[in-house]
Design a protein around this ligand. Structure first.
Ligand code: MG
Length: 203
């Protein structure tokens, strides 16, 4: 399976990290070994001193496709989950400064927390999915997928120009403003349309 991730897909988040708003999707990938499922704890890695959470809506690819046309794009996903794109912000800053790839800051083991999936057809408004992150009970991120710069269909069209989409692949669609550091002992909880889907203890 492939784990696609989209960076800077919400204007307010691009701004909070002083990044330009992109004209095309910013794409990177994590390896399957990055997945952290079943609300297992996340163990703070030794190589970073500035680990950040980024809560994201995650799409699951439901059928194989290449060069998908816009009018068919919505037929390539039918489930969403919540995920945390754990990021070693200090290492990412070093990589960015040197113009180097940032895999070691983004694709390390357990860096892709993932909740169970829910059917998009069960959601009230698939164009405006509300999601929230609480850290130790306090609201830190409050997102709405209607604020995406590149929406789900656009991402399907764009990614499928370069990569064969395969059933079971997932797309982390980007994070809204409010990203921040975690420390050992923190509790992260992710809510989709008010329902808690994700819970990660930092150990
Ligand atoms: Mg992210």
């Amino acid at each position: 399976m492939k784990i696609f991730c989209i960076g800077r897909n919400y204007r307010d988040h691009a701004k909070e990290l002083n990044n330009p708003v992109p004209k095309k999707p910013l794409v990177f990938m994590k390896p399957p070994s990055a997945l952290l499922v079943n609300n297992k704890p996340f163990y703070y890695p030794e190589f970073t001193k500035d680990l950040h959470y980024e809560l994201e809506v995650v799409l699951k690819i439901s059928k194989n496709g290449r060069h998908v046309q816009k009018e068919f794009a919505s037929g390539y996903y039918d489930q969403v989950a919540l995920g945390i794109d754990f990021t070693a912000r200090d290492i990412q800053a070093e990589c960015k400064a040197k113009g180097h790839p940032w895999e070691i800051a983004k694709g390390f083991d357990n860096s892709a927390a993932l909740s169970p999936f829910v059917n998009i057809s069960d959601l009230e408004n698939k164009e405006a999915i509300k999601f929230q992150m609480k850290k130790n009970g306090a609201l830190v991120q409050d997102g709405d997928t209607s604020d995406l710069i590149f929406d789900f269909d656009y991402l399907i069209v764009y990614l499928s120009q370069f990569f064969k989409l395969q059933q079971g692949d997932v797309i982390y669609t980007g994070t809204p403003a409010g990203v921040g550091p975690v420390k050992i002992g923190d509790l992260l909880e992710g809510f989709l349309e008010g329902e808690k889907l994700l819970e990660t203890n930092i150990k």
